[in-house]
Design a protein around this ligand. Structure first.
Ligand code: TRP
Length: 336
């Protein structure tokens, strides 16, 4: 089926509060898309989180709220996007089951993220049927909304490819119903964590969007700088310094002066770090304030998810009707 309209679907797993890396890598992208007026579905993928966090479902539930707060805090808005929770739309599970029937086991088993995640999370038992089905559930998410574009990071490309393969297989068996989505990769700056590695929760090197001022200050003072620069007067290498990388991102107007001073040995790392404090405060404080604003309004949060689910469900139901029709399956479901 050909639809001309651009439709975006993306999701995040609720596994904890978001950090600056998420902000630069994914959220700014979401904001840009919603600002363009494109139809956007932004989904909290709670069942995807459950596939690895099944021992602590109550934590997934709490993190669903945290993720919503982070989204609203950065400016994702129900006025411009459909914000919803995966498990509020039962059609995900129906399509997931249908797609599971037609997906060869080998496709699921060869998906690189399956083995990678098992290695990355050795304290979880991920040798489960549900975890193997992770990319198939993701395919259901995407195909259910007839998404044309899916903004994702590089790591998700195998899942997108598998989504397209599953859509083709469905269409081959039952007729042209499911549209193949494209990935939307946008170049975004890599945010270094305070230790110089990629910012990531598993490295414990993050600056959270909800960090209080003191935490930000403490983290800045711990930041990795050029290890060769022993004294303030030693010339430094700005390419090898987290502090400078963050100035580059958030105070671009100051960076050339700072860099040349650093190279010339006219600038000590401690002073340099102190100067970064107000720069990062200016980034985080408005986000944190907005987060606090929403945190005090639990009924409004509920309302946002409720109306998001209603809109999402409507589109999902439409797709399932087409799916059942193509399969010549029963169309009236006795759900009452
Ligand atoms: N697997 C994605 C991630 O870990 C989250 C996700 C679930 C998703 N369903 C999706 C992303 C659908 C895009 C589209 O980041």
């Amino acid at each position: 089926m050909v639809e001309n309209e651009k439709v975006i679907l993306s999701g995040m797993r609720p596994t904890g509060r978001l950090h600056l890396g998420h902000f630069e890598g994914a959220l700014k992208n979401y904001l840009q898309l919603q600002a363009e007026g494109v139809l956007c579905y932004f989904m909290i993928a709670d069942f995807h989180a459950l596939s690895s966090e099944y021992k602590t479902p109550e934590v997934v539930k709490e993190n669903t709220r945290e993720l919503l707060l982070d989204w609203l805090a950065v400016g994702i808005s129900e006025e411009h996007a459909v914000i919803f929770v995966q498990s509020d739309v039962l059609e995900h599970f129906e399509l997931f089951t249908v797609l599971s029937m037609i997906t060869p086991l080998a496709w699921a088993e060869r998906c690189p993220t399956y083995k990678e995640q098992q290695q990355e999370l050795p304290d979880r038992d991920l040798a489960t049927y549900g975890f193997l089905g992770y990319p198939i559930l993701q395919a259901a998410d995407i195909l259910l909304y007839r998404a044309t574009h899916v903004p994702v990071g590089q790591d998700q490309l195998p899942h997108l490819e598998m989504t397209r393969e599953i859509a083709r297989r469905f269409n081959h068996f039952y007729g042209p119903v499911l549209s193949e989505p494209q990935s939307l990769l946008t170049a975004s700056p890599k945010v270094p964590g305070i230790d110089g590695r990629k910012m990531s929760k598993s490295y414990g090197n993050t600056i959270m969007l909800s960090d209080p001022d003191q935490a930000i200050e403490r983290k800045i003072m711990q930041m990795y700088t050029d290890p060769q620069k022993m004294r303030a007067s030693t010339p430094g290498n700005p390419d090898n310094c987290v502090v400078l990388a963050l100035y580059r991102m958030y105070a671009p107007e100051e960076i050339s002066g700072i860099e040349s001073e650093c190279r010339a040995g006219g600038r000590g790392c401690v002073d340099c770090k102190r100067g970064l404090i107000p720069v990062l405060h200016k980034v985080i404080q408005p986000i944190r304030n907005e987060r606090e604003h929403w945190a005090e309004r639990p009924e409004e949060l509920e309302e946002i998810l409720k109306s998001g689910a209603i809109i999402a469900r409507e589109r999902a139901r439409g797709t399932m009707q087409m799916v059942r029709k193509a399969m010549q399956w029963r169309n009236e479901i006795n759900s009452k």
